[in-house]
Design a protein around this ligand. Structure first.
Ligand SMILES: Cc1cc2nc3c(=O)[nH]c(=O)nc-3n(C[C@H](O)[C@H](O)[C@H](O)COP(=O)(O)OP(=O)(O)OC[C@H]3O[C@@H](n4cnc5c(N)ncnc54)[C@H](O)[C@@H]3O)c2cc1C
Length: 383
């Protein structure tokens, strides 16, 4: 039986491990942390009993039926629809911007058609080819909505002025001309009844899989493995030879209260003067449970230093050119495939992570069957 090493026990590593174990390979999974599930890790808070999303709120949504059926093999998914609120200038609004937001913000009773032409009249038509986030927002929603909902929030989230961010971040117009306040447009949405860590533990529960927690997988450990799937940071694999790839990190500051703190899972704070970007109240992620006390997290965004947890890849021009050099180095690896959000330096939702991991495993089996070399990347990280 051939031996495979998987670095990282998040969704990427776990799904690849499971698929290959089922195909008859013997898998050793390593994770530097003391738990599985990577950044999707959930755990019960000892103080309140609330199921906590330890590395920030995670809502499962997808339009990919294969992925939806895949995850539901490992836990029951409870009905959950993410409805976000946003506080700006002392008022609460519904997000993403929809007909209720527009009518409340401007004190109107517009129909969908009226709201659409009103917004078109607010947009800055002199910007014909928006290049930056700011231009994109001004072009499509106009100055008032941009300043209320995007300017301060984006500055806090990315640490730079929206005029320095690419328009691609706001490529899809986040405005709806109806009263639909479902944050996601995906076909399926839900929350695992027993949390994400339980799902990942069940994915990894296979007689051919051995999990080593608290164990960082190093390049020097590759002896004796037929292939390595690495879901750690691509720059760390090469000892940051091309410099550290930049990330934003998040600080989650907990508070425990009695009863219901904010009446909603997530509320965004758009004003620049409020230092946190959002507050999440985790018992509302499990609305089928009941708890007398509550746990909230105020979320602060800042530049990720060496000892911090990397969350959002920055991916501006400087990072893209570093990434290009890492991709070149990776292509010289004989038996390593870089996967997942850190291995490919991209923001990936869970459903995309799972879909890609299933593809990676399938590709590996096809390469082995045909005698071809397994590529270093199955998806181009620069794309
Ligand atoms: C704040 C935030 C909120 C999010 N919310 C959502 C959401 O609502 N819905 C959604 O679909 N997605 C969400 N996501 C995305 C989700 O977190 C990712 O899709 C998912 O974590 C990717 O899984 P992964 O296995 O690729 O990476 P990770 O979960 O990061 O797992 C990688 C693992 O590798 C380990 N590791 C790293 N280096 C090594 C090494 N050398 N040796 C051993 N182990 C190593 C790490 O400890 C980690 O456990 C969110 C992401 C963030 C940042």
């Amino acid at each position: 039986m051939k031996k495979i090493a998987v670095a990282g026990a998040g969704f990427s590593g776990a799904v690849i491990a499971r698929e290959l174990a089922q195909a008859g390979y013997r898998i050793e999974v390593f994770d530097a942390r003391p738990h599985v599930a990577g950044n999707c890790h959930t755990a019960r808070d000892a103080g309140t009993g609330v199921m906590t999303h330890v590395y920030g709120p995670h809502i499962f949504h997808t339009s990919n039926e294969k992925v939806w059926n895949y995850v539901r093999q490992f836990d029951e998914f409870m009905p959950f629809t993410n409805r976000v609120k946003a506080v700006t200038n002392g008022h609460v609004f519904s997000m993403p911007i929809n007909l209720l937001t527009i009518n409340q913000f401007f004190g109107k009773t517009f129909s969908p058609k009226e709201a659409e032409s009103f917004l078109a009249s607010l947009g800055d038509q002199s910007i014909t080819d928006p290049q930056t986030f700011e231009e994109q927002a001004l072009r499509f929603v106009g100055r008032e909505l941009y300043e209320a909902f995007f300017h301060g929030y984006t500055k806090k989230q990315w640490g730079i002025h929206p005029s320095e961010l690419p328009a691609s971040i706001l490529r899809r117009l986040p405005v709806r001309f109806n009263y639909d306040d479902n944050y996601y447009a995906s076909t399926f949405q839900g929350m695992p009844k027993n949390g994400y860590t339980e799902i990942v533990a069940r994915i990894l529960d296979h007689p051919h899989i051995k999990v080593h927690l608290n164990t960082k997988f190093e390049r020097s450990m590759d002896d004796g493995y037929d292939h390595i799937f690495y879901s750690g940071p691509v720059d760390a694999w090469f000892k940051h030879s091309e410099g550290r790839l930049g990330y934003r990190t998040l600080d989650f500051v907990p508070e425990r209260h009695r009863g219901d703190y904010q009446g909603n899972p997530v509320i965004n704070y758009c004003d620049e003067a409020v230092p946190w970007t959002r507050i999440s109240e985790h018992k509302h992620f499990s609305p089928w449970e009941s708890h007398d006390n509550t746990l909230i997290f105020k979320e602060y965004s800042r530049y990720c230093e060496e000892s911090d947890t990397p969350y959002y890849p920055i991916r501006l021009a400087k990072e893209k050119s570093q990434l290009r050099r890492y991709v070149e180095l990776a292509s010289e690896e004989r038996k390593v495939t870089f996967v997942g959000r850190l291995g490919t330096y991209r923001y990936l939702d869970m459903h995309v992570t799972i879909a890609e991991a299933l593809d990676v495993a399938e590709r590996f089996l096809a390469c082995r069957a045909s005698g071809q070399k397994m590529p270093s990347f199955v998806v181009n990280p620069l794309g």
